[in-house]
Ligand binder design. Structure first.
Ligand SMILES: Nc1ncnc2c1ncn2[C@@H]1O[C@H](COP(=O)(O)OP(=O)(O)O)[C@@H](O)[C@H]1O
Ligand SMILES: [Mg+2]
Length: 233
């Protein structure tokens, strides 16, 4: 479904992505691991058109989308929950959700406002609150809800649990599991390596702009040497 081939990205003069290649088959969950500053967010932003790669290709459903505009890429079914959430602080929860809505593909089980609110009961209680009145966890739930209402074929979550209290973190992982069980493909970046491996089929490990390891998540979780390399110890 998604195929990234030998992607190179520069930020200023810094060569950040140094030839990243991977594939994500339809219906699968992929984890993206690696310490801080290794290029995970840059990879996502390069795939989604926020940063133009210097070389390499991004193919989505058989189409070359390299360097296309983010709006256009989103419309093709790539849903993105960015680091830092990106909700509209001056709009209510309801407005944030409704302005993101786009029709579902034929035959898809639609992410209506009702279904999103069932998934995130906390948002249902805060429907008329402004985005800026929400707690960090509620903002994160709203960001995920917004992405779901665009009816993506692939949902990309970058550090969705960052800075949240343990109970809220558990709630976010519950929803990620539910989204995965619904058949939607996911690409998950998170600092909690165990949680990423538990919620994905395969995982990649990035180091200094390269993929240095990849494999089945269950196998990686059961391999202490691999885990040590992932953790950088
Ligand atoms: N605007 C920028 N100009 C130059 N280097 C940058 C810029 N933004 C990020 N970087 C560098 O790019 C590298 C990768 O960052 P990033 O993709 O955010 O990593 P990760 O998401 O894995 O933590 C880091 O070394 C970071 O310092
Ligand atoms: Mg990042």
């Amino acid at each position: 479904m998604l195929a990234v081939d030998d992607l190179h990205t520069y930020l200023g003069d810094s060569h950040i992505l140094r030839g990243v290649s991977f594939e994500l088959p339809a219906g699968s969950a992929l984890g993206l691991l690696g310490r801080n500053g290794m290029g995970k967010t840059t990879l996502i932003r390069s795939m989604l058109g926020y940063v133009r790669p210097r070389a390499g290709r991004v193919r989505w459903l058989g189409t070359d989308i390299t360097g296309h505009l983010p709006e256009r890429i989103t419309r093709l079914g790539l849903g993105y929950v960015p680091e830092g959430r990106g909700i509209f602080p001056n709009l209510s929860v309801r407005e944030n959700l409704l302005m993101a809505a786009r029709p579902a593909a034929d035959g898809a089980s639609p992410w209506t406002l009702e279904r999103v609110l069932e998934t995130f009961p906390r948002l249902a209680e805060r429907l008329s609150h402004g985005g800026q009145q929400l707690s960090g966890g509620e903002q994160q739930m709203l960001a995920i809800g917004r992405a779901l209402m665009t009816h993506p074929r692939l949902l990309i979550l970058d550090e969705a649990t960052e800075g949240l209290a343990p109970l809220v973190v558990a709630e976010i992982w519950r929803v990620i599991a539910l989204i995965r069980a619904s058949g939607l493909s996911t690409l998950v970046v998170d600092r909690n390596i165990r949680a990423v491996l538990a919620h994905t089929d395969r995982a990649l490990v990035m180091e200094k702009g390269r993929v240095v390891m990849s494999g089945e998540s269950a196998a990686l979780a059961a391999d202490p040497a691999a885990m040590a390399q992932v953790l950088g110890v």
